[in-house]
Design a protein around this ligand. Structure first.
Ligand SMILES: NC(=O)C1=CN([C@@H]2O[C@H](COP(=O)(O)OP(=O)(O)OC[C@H]3O[C@@H](n4cnc5c(N)ncnc54)[C@H](OP(=O)(O)O)[C@@H]3O)[C@@H](O)[C@H]2O)C=CC1
Ligand SMILES: CC(=O)N[C@@H](CCC(=O)OP(=O)(O)O)C(=O)O
Length: 347
């Protein structure tokens, strides 16, 4: 086929750069055009030298008429941008895949509360499809607008959803302790991500106020049919990429370690990007770095009757651009692994 024409808005950001890296190797993509809100005309490879002779075209101004001619448009912009940018493009041609949080929360009041921004139009938010690929493939196939999941929710949901859905753990006491590399905060410099303040430091942030809390709760309701309120906290680790999310929950009476592992194995046996790890020394951010894998490890503490459940991803790949391309593959009825079949960068 080799005919998908792709537009990327937010190409100069970290998520955008990862989209370019994978889409350039995608056998069905024939054209990639990049859009900017601030650097129209800049030759892309003069700004990003690693793309010299790979992407030498200039950045384009964001214009509705130009965008409507693409087969798919990815938006990788800060929250609060696509709520205004995308409505005119809905239903006019391109499939839309939004990497920001603007279309994930179905409850607009919740978006307003957690993001402190004006929500996107109600009807479009209701129409959008949550792009957690392994759990929503059927709806993604026919979606016009995909709300790509947040990075933390991807690591958390893939690891806990099967166990909640099969009633093996008690979601009422779910506590999630998550850590991320600094690229999760995007390319805009800030005090917290400044090298001299972030390096040799390990910090907690947005305590009990992280915008991914309602997203995780909504997805547990959507896919495991369970209402719950979670405790979820996030930490910044002085490394560039990677998320490791550790969840703790009581196992229900009589449930064994083997049952938890069997459940995960059974759920993901036909999903190439989710790997169940048996040996704890084999799970870590450098086992998935640069790849679209989500690695999962689970172990019951027989002393406390609680399960420790670990999910690991590269925040920029399975947590953003990789999952977005996986969703594009599903929308175009292509194999999910197309363009994404890379070996992690272990060292
Ligand atoms: N980093 C991560 O690990 C993850 C990020 N996300 C989400 O994905 C989105 C992108 O993240 P990330 O790439 O890290 O962010 P960055 O800050 O690195 O990049 C965002 C890009 O958006 C563009 N932009 C900024 N303002 C506007 C605007 N008003 N209109 C159009 N474009 C604009 C900018 O490009 P230009 O100036 O050229 O227009 C900028 O380079 C965010 O919503 C983020 O929360 C989701 C999962 C993981
Ligand atoms: C390390 C770091 O700062 N990570 C960011 C992830 C941002 C993100 O992905 O935000 P949305 O998905 O909600 O758009 C954070 O914790 O806010």
């Amino acid at each position: 086929m080799n005919e998908v024409k792709v537009g990327i808005i937010g190409a100069t950001g970290y998520g955008g750069l990862e989209l370019i890296r994978f889409l350039h190797n995608h056998p069905e993509v024939k054209e990639i055009d990049l859009f900017t809100s601030s650097e129209e005309g800049t030759i892309f490879s003069s700004k990003f030298g690693h793309l010299l002779s790979i992407h030498d075209a200039p950045l384009n101004k964001i214009e509705e008429e130009k965008l409507s001619g693409f087969d798919v448009v990815f938006t990788s912009t800060p929250s609060g941008v696509t709520s205004k940018l995308l409505p005119p493009l809905v239903g006019v041609g391109p499939k839309l895949i939004d990497l920001s949080g603007d279309y994930r929360l179905k409850d607009l009041a919740s978006y307003e509360k957690w993001y402190k921004k004006t929500p996107a139009p109600h009807s479009i938010v209701q129409e959008s499809v949550y792009g957690l690929t392994e759990w929503n493939e059927k709806n993604i196939q026919s979606a016009g607008l995909i709300a790509n999941p947040g990075c933390y929710p991807t690591a958390v949901l893939l690891s806990v959803l099967p166990l909640i859905k099969e009633r093996l753990i008690d979601p009422n006491y779910l506590i999630i302790d998550a850590k991320s590399g600094v690229s999760g905060a995007g390319n805009k410099p800030s005090q917290t991500t400044h090298y001299s303040e972030m390096n040799e430091n390990f910090s907690i942030y947005k305590v009990n106020e992280h915008q991914h809390i309602p997203e995780i709760e909504q997805a547990i309701k959507m896919f495991a049919n369970t209402e719950t309120t979670i405790t979820f906290n996030t930490h910044l680790v002085p490394m560039t990429r990677g998320i490791l999310a550790t969840s703790y929950a009581p196992v229900l009476p009589g449930v064994t370690n083997k049952q938890l592992n069997d459940c995960l194995e059974e759920t993901y046996k036909n999903h190439p990007f989710v790997r169940l790890v048996q040996d704890v020394s084999s799970i870590g951010t450098n086992r998935v770095k640069g790849s679209n894998y989500c690695d999962i490890y689970v172990k019951v503490d027989e002393r406390t009757n609680r399960a420790t459940i670990v999910g690991v991803i590269d925040n920029l790949v399975k947590g953003a651009a990789g999952q977005a391309i996986q969703n594009m593959n599903v929308q175009f009825s292509l194999p999910q692994t197309l363009g994404l079949d890379v070996v992690p960068l272990f060292i």
